[in-house]
Design a protein around this ligand. Structure first.
Ligand code: ADP
Ligand code: TRP
Length: 321
């Protein structure tokens, strides 16, 4: 199975990115699959206009992945802009992507509604994403639920190209884990860098504690019975703990007498336990950014082996090769 996924370097990565995407990416590297993971810095260029910020976020995403256990010997790990074959393929795909398909994109509508500039790059974001996926002949794309429509668009574009020019692309499937498809943020909405409701994976100490304590809860009295399923703290905690402990907390919620601060303390403890070692690894790696560059250079060579063949096949198919 060929697997591909990417993450935009648009800010510090958070628990939504971890449970919705990165954890799967790292687990899949050991399943006998052929994995391609990249940092989508050309996608991030649709929202970041500060060169130093984009560079810093790009390095941060690389450090995060590597510290969390991504093994560059097992997967191809690269930076999108180091594989310009992707942008060339984007043009071939642009020429048959219907305007109507892009006009229906939720992500474009949401972003422009929130005040982002309606640039051509933002509008054609899904075509660049289709090129990322199709260029390595990926079968499976592990992502959070918010990317489902982008995957449907990729499939539509691939099918259209194959019909018009003959079989050229593998038509990929999304891989979305139901239990972690939408991780809630501090306010209960989807956790997202854009909503300022995140808990960063690599936060620690006081700033981490402040974020956990800021999770929004209702004002029910301590002795009142409470509903665990509508509680933001429980909904985050349950991602970290086994079923048996989830059931124990459920009983405590419904019995009454539970303090939300105790649930928050347990969540904080579990975050520290889960990411403690990765934090130390990240600090060591951050002291050697040249090593990260070497890893990305090695990764893109692996990706290029497939990408150059796919691009040539697509160019020939449409009469420019
Ligand atoms: P953000 O919304 O913070 O900008 P991205 O769009 O960069 O996050 O998402 C990167 C990856 O993480 C995608 O696969 C996305 O589906 C996943 N992801 C992001 N936020 C969440 C969330 N709250 N729950 C589940 N998955 C998420
Ligand atoms: N659009 C994805 C996001 O915001 C990032 C991304 C870009 C991606 N290209 C991709 C994800 C290809 C999966 C496959 O999260």
């Amino acid at each position: 199975m060929r697997i591909l996924s990417g993450i935009q370097p648009t800010g510090r990565l958070h628990l939504g990115n971890w449970f919705g995407a990165m954890r799967q990416h790292i687990q899949l590297q050991d399943g006998g699959h052929d994995c391609y993971y990249f940092i989508a810095n050309y996608h991030a260029l649709t929202s970041i206009t500060e060169p130093a910020v984009l560079r810093a976020h790009t390095l941060n995403v690389a450090l995060d992945y590597l510290a969390l256990g991504l093994d560059p010997q097992k997967v191809a790990f690269y930076r999108q802009s180091d594989l310009p074959e992707v942008t060339e393929l984007t043009w071939l795909l642009c020429c048959l992507t219907p305007m109507g398909l892009l006009e229906r994109a939720h992500s474009y509508k949401d972003k422009t509604a929130r005040g982002m500039a309606a640039t051509h790059g933002l509008f054609s974001y899904p075509v660049l994403m289709a090129a990322d996926i199709l260029i390595v002949d990926a079968n499976l794309v592990p992502v959070g639920k918010d990317q489902k429509q982008h995957l449907e668009m990729t499939r539509d574009i691939a099918v259209k190209f194959n019909l018009l020019y003959g079989d050229t692309f593998v038509v990929p499937e999304p891989r979305i884990e139901e239990a972690t498809a939408v991780v809630p943020g501090l306010d209960g909405q989807k956790m997202s860098k854009s909503y300022n409701n995140t808990i960063e994976i690599f936060a620690e100490g006081k700033p981490l504690k402040e974020r956990v304590m800021a999770i929004v809860t209702d004002s029910a009295a301590v002795e009142a019975p409470k509903d665990p399923d509508t509680n933001n703290v429980f909904n985050l905690l349950k991602l970290f703990i086994p079923k048996e402990e989830q059931d124990e907390w459920r009983t405590k919620f419904t019995a009454g007498g539970l303090k939300y601060s105790d649930v928050k303390k347990r969540l904080l403890e579990q975050i520290n336990l889960t990411f403690g070692e990765a934090r130390e690894r990240r600090k060591e790696l951050a002291a050697h950014p040249e090593k990260v560059e070497e890893i990305l250079a090695f990764g893109v060579e692996k990706a290029r082996k497939i990408a150059s063949k796919t691009l040539e096949r697509a160019r020939r198919a449409c009469g420019v090769g």
